[in-house]
Design a protein around this ligand. Structure first.
Ligand code: ADP
Ligand code: MG
Length: 267
């Protein structure tokens, strides 16, 4: 059964979408069947993987609220073994519509259950909030990856995030693990960024991926071409870094972290 991984941080602009798209593409290029699930109404993962959102049939909104089977909302991408379950603006309303439904935290988990065998990895690109959509992602997930921008406020909000992960684990999903924190947009010439990396590694030890994602202009250019950085510029530092992260993440599938460990920072 495929491993469901939620890419979560309630802060915007920390590299969640960039990580979901490029980690997804890198895993697929390693031969692992991968689905990127876009759970952000902005739909950046959807467009970043080359789908045009106008008149798109089969979206995460229809799956969560319209009863459409997830398999009918999955779209192929230009990368072999990489599929996407896209989001469009109508997902904005989902939050409110979900509130009154029975099993409102459970909708995504239920929807993904029938397609988990189709994939090795299912990566959920979460919205920048700790909302009901994010709770759905955490309920559906086996593991959580938290991108942290290597800057002064990197750790701000992390306690609230890890608390939420802990609460979801206690109430809804006992085996939810913290797969790892990943430093993004790292600029090694910046002494503050190096200091932040040091601090994160001191606090969280082996819960931090060894791979650090550098600040790399190719990563910010590739979405406007509707491709991952691996297709756009395979020899760029960004592509090299996401391939290395994919190797670490792929290794975890065979030896997943113990859920209890994830409580480290949270409880
Ligand atoms: P989030 O999904 O957390 O809001 P994004 O992945 O959309 O964050 O990243 C925010 C912005 O930063 C985007 O414009 C993206 O292209 C850019 N970006 C993300 N990671 C990098 C990186 N490593 N190097 C350069 N630009 C990056
Ligand atoms: Mg995003």
């Amino acid at each position: 059964m495929g491993r469901v991984v939620a890419v979560v941080n309630q802060k915007g602009g920390v590299g969640k979408t960039t990580t979901a798209v490029n980690l997804g593409a890198a895993l697929a290029m390693e031969g692992l069947r991968t689905l990127v699930i876009d759970l952000d109404p902005q739909g950046s993962a959807t467009t970043g993987l080359g789908l045009h959102t106008v008149a798109l049939h089969g979206t995460i909104y229809e799956v969560l609220l319209g009863g459409r089977p997830a398999r009918e909302a999955v779209h192929r991408t230009s990368v072999e073994k990489l599929d996407v379950l896209p989001a469009t603006r109508d997902l904005v309303g989902a939050e409110i519509e979900l509130v009154n439904l029975q099993g409102r935290e459970q909708r995504l988990a239920d929807a993904l259950a029938p397609i988990r065998d189709d994939y090795d990895f299912l990566l959920i690109d979460c919205p920048p909030s700790l909302s009901l959509l994010t709770v759905n992602a955490l309920r559906a997930a086996d593991g959580v990856i938290v991108p942290l921008q290597a800057e002064y406020y990197a750790l701000e909000g992390l306690t609230a995030l890890l608390d939420t992960v802990g609460r979801v684990r206690d109430a809804l999903n006992a085996t939810l693990a913290l797969d790892g924190l990943v430093l993004t947009m790292f600029d090694g010439r910046n002494s503050l960024a190096r200091q932040v990396q040091q601090e994160v590694r001191t606090h969280f030890g082996d819960q931090v991926y060894r791979t650090v994602i550098p600040r790399n202009v190719r990563l910010s250019e590739s979405p406007s071409h509707g491709m991952s950085v691996m297709s756009y510029d395979p020899s760029s530092r960004g592509a090299v870094a996401y391939r290395a992260l994919a190797a670490e993440v792929a290794a975890q599938r065979n030896a997943p972290p113990i859920a209890r460990q994830a409580a480290g920072g949270a409880e």
